[in-house]
Design a protein around this ligand. Sequence first.
Ligand code: I3S
Length: 126
Amino acid sequence: IGGAGAADTLVVLKGEYLNKAKISDGGKKLRKNWTSTWVVLETDKLLFYKESKQEALTNLKPGCSPDGVDLCGAVVEWTTERSSRKNVVQITTSSGSEFLLQADNYPTICKWHDAIKSTADNLSKG
Ligand code: I3S
C-alpha cells in the first residue's frame, strides 16, 4: 500500500497496539493467527506495523511501504461470531479479505471501530 510520504498530514488516529488476525485473503480462508500490531488510521487506509518504531522507520525509507488495508468499499462491523474473544471488529475489504481487530479495553476498541467505520463509510459515499 503506497503513499507514505506525507503520512503525518493524513493520520486520523495515531498509532496504538491492537490484536489483529487476518482470517481470509481475497475470499480464501486463512488459519487465524492473532498478533499484537501497531495500527494507524489514515484518511483512506489502515496501516499495520509490527512495532511502533517501524512507523517512523518505514516512512523514512524511500520505496518502503507499510502493510495495510484500503478502506474504500470496506465494511466495518462488530462480530461475536468470528471469535470467542470479546470486543472484536471485523473489516471486510472490497477485494474480499477479512481482518479482525480486538482489544480487551472496550473504550479503546470502540474508538477504533467508530473511526474506521466512519472513514470507510465516507470513502464509499465519495
Ligand atoms: O476461529 P478459530 O479457528 O476457532 O480460531 C482459533 C484458532 O485460531 C486457535 O488456534 P489453532 O488454529 O491453533 O487452533 C487460536 O488459538 C484461537 O485463539 C482462535 O480463536 P479465537 O476465538 O481466540 O479468535
